[in-house]
Design a binder for this molecule. Structure first.
Ligand code: ASP
Ligand code: MG
Length: 422
C-alpha cells in the first residue's frame, strides 16, 4: 500500500479535485491510503467561525458558516452533473453546525476549536470521495476520528501510537478488501472518549506519516505545488535547485531551520520504519520530485539556504563588567525564560552575550525590563537569519549580497548568518 497526501492548495477548487482524480488514475489497481486536507483556505475560515462564536457574535458566526457553505456548494456545482446526494450530505453538516451552537455557547476554546475546525477536512474528504466514486474510482471514505487516537490536548493532540496502530489494523486495512483507494482526513484525531481532536496547524503531513507507520506502507508521497524539496524558497529566489535525494536527517535539519515544505513531525515515524517519503508536483505528477530516505551520501551536493525574517538581535552586557561565564549565563537564561523568549541563535564574547529572537513573538519592552537592574541591553530589529546547509563561497556571496553581516557562526555543515539590508 502507498500513502498519498494532498494539501489544501491541491483541492482549492473543482479543477484541483479533478486533478487529484487524474493523479490517482496513474496508480490504477494499486492500494492507496489518501490523506486530504481542508479545501483551500478553509482552515483559516473555520478559525474565523470559532472566533465569532467565542466573541458571542451569533450573526457573524452564521455569516461565516454560510460563506464556507457557499464555497463548498460552489465546488460541488462545478463537479457533479447530479449534485443531489452530495449536496444533501454537505448541507446536513452545515445545518448541524449551526444548530449545535444555537442554544449552547462554548466555554472551552480549544475543545470547540477542534470540533469546528475539523469539519473542514470532513467536508473536503466527503466531496473528493463522492467525485472519485462518480469518476469510476473504486473508493471508500474512512473516518480519521476513529483511527488516530490522541490524548485530550485539544489543538495539539499527542498520538497514542500503539492504540492508533491497532485501530488502523482493525478498522482501515480491512477496508481495502472492498476498495482500492481509501480517502481520509488529515489533521484530525480523537480521544479515548471519542471526542474530536486536531494535531496542530499544518498537521496533515503528519497524518500521512501516522498512516504509513501504522499500515507499514511502502512509501508516502506528498503532492505539492512545487516540483519537490528545493534548495531555497522560490518565493524569494529565482534560481532554485531541486534536491533529488536527501536523507531523513537532512530533511529534519532543513525543517528545523525553517524550510516549510514538510511538517517536521512527519519524518520521525517514517525514519523509524525506513519508509521513503516522496515530495512530488501535483501540477506535473509524472516528474521525479524529491525522495527522502535513510542515510544517503549525497546530502552535501547542493547547498540549501533558509531565511527567517523579522529577527531581533539583543546584546547583553553585565553592568559590573564581569565576564560572561557560567554564573552569568544561568542568570541570563532565567531572565529570558521569565520573558518567554525562544532563542534562535546565541553567541558570546568576554563581556557580551548575543541572542537572536523572533521579533513578532516577543515584547521588546518586557525583555529590556527583565535585564534592567544588572545588564545593559542593546537591541537591533528588522534583521534576517539565514541558515546555509553545506555552504560554499558562491552561496555565502549570494545570501550576503547588499547586506551587512552582524553575526556569523559556522560548523562543518552549517553556516548561520544574521544579516541586515544595507
Ligand atoms: N487543514 C489544516 C491546516 O491548514 C491541516 C493541514 O492542512 O495540514 O492547518
Ligand atoms: Mg491546510
Amino acid at each position: 500500500m502507498k500513502v498519498f497526501k494532498f494539501g489544501g492548495a491541491s483541492v482549492k477548487d473543482a479543477q484541483g479535485v479533478r486533478n487529484v482524480s487524474k493523479i490517482l488514475s496513474l496508480y490504477k489497481g494499486q492500494k492507496l491510503g489518501v490523506v486530504i486536507s481542508a479545501m483551500g483556505k478553509t482552515t483559516n475560515a473555520m478559525e474565523g467561525v470559532v472566533q465569532a462564536l467565542w466573541d458571542r457574535n451569533q450573526s457573524l458566526f452564521v455569516e461565516r458558516v454560510n460563506e464556507r457553505r457557499q464555497f463548498h456548494l460552489g465546488i460541488i456545482e462545478e463537479l457533479f452533473s447530479n449534485t443531489k446526494a452530495i449536496t444533501h450530505e454537505i448541507e446536513e453538516i452545515f445545518h448541524y453546525l449551526i444548530e449545535s451552537y444555537e442554544s449552547s455557547l462554548p466555554d472551552n476554546y480549544d475543545f470547540e476549536y477542534d470540533q469546528i475546525v475539523s469539519i473542514g477536512e470532513i467536508l473536503s474528504t466527503k466531496i473528493v470521495t463522492a467525485y472519485l466514486d462518480h469518476s469510476g474510482h473504486n473508493v471508500q471514505w474512512a473516518d480519521a476520528r476513529k483511527l488516530v487516537r490522541t490524548n485530550n490536548k485539544y489543538r495539539e493532540g499527542e498520538v497514542n501510537w500503539s492504540k492508533t496502530e491497532s485501530l488502523f489494523n482493525s478498522n482501515f486495512i480491512s477496508m481495502f478488501e472492498n476498495a482500492d483507494t481509501l480517502i481520509t482526513q488529515g489533521f484530525v484525531g480523537h480521544t479515548s472518549e471519542g471526542l474530536t481532536t486536531t494535531l496542530g496547524r499544518e498537521g496533515s503531513d503528519f497524518s500521512a506519516g501516522i498512516m504509513a507507520f501504522c499500515c507499514n506502507a511502502e512509501s508516502v508521497t506528498i503532492w505539492k505545488d512545487v516540483p519537490g524539496m528545493l534548495n531555497a524558497d522560490p518565493k524569494y529566489f529565482d534560481n532554485t535547485i531541486k534536491l533529488d535525494k536527501i536523507s531523513f536527517r537532512e530533511a529534519i535539519e532543513l525543517s528545523y531551520y525553517g524550510a516549510s515544505v514538510i511538517h517536521p513531525k512527519t519524518i520521525k515515524p517514517l525514519q523509524n520504519k525506513g519508509i521513503p517519503l516522496y515530495v512530488k508536483s501535483f501540477v506535473d505528477p509524472t516528474s521525479e520530485g524529491t525522495v527522502i530516505q535513510s542515510e544517503m551520501d549525497s546530502d552535501h551536493l547542493t547547498p540549501s539556504f533558509i531565511f527567517k525574517h523579522n529577527q531581533a538581535l539583543f546584546s547583553i552586557t553585565p553592568k559590573d563588567f564581569s565576564f560572561i561565564v557560567e554564573k552569568n549565563l544561568s542568570d541570563i537564561f532565567e531572565r529570558l525564560a521569565l520573558a518567554n523568549a525562544k532563542i534562535n541563535v546565541m553567541q558570546n564574547s568576554a563581556l557580551n552575550f548575543n541572542i537572536l529572537l523572533d521579533e513578532d513573538k516577543i515584547d521588546v519592552q518586557e525583555i529590556l525590563a527583565v535585564f534592567k537592574d544588572s545588564y545593559d541591553v542593546r537591541y537591533n530589529g528588522g534583521l534576517e537569519l539565514v541558515t546555509i546547509r553545506h555552504y560554499d563561497e558562491p552561496t555565502l556571496d549570494l545570501v550576503t549580497r547588499n547586506k551587512e553581516v552582524l553575526l556569523e557562526q559556522k560548523t562543518r555543515q552549517t553556516a548561520r548568518l544574521v544579516v541586515k539590508h544595507k
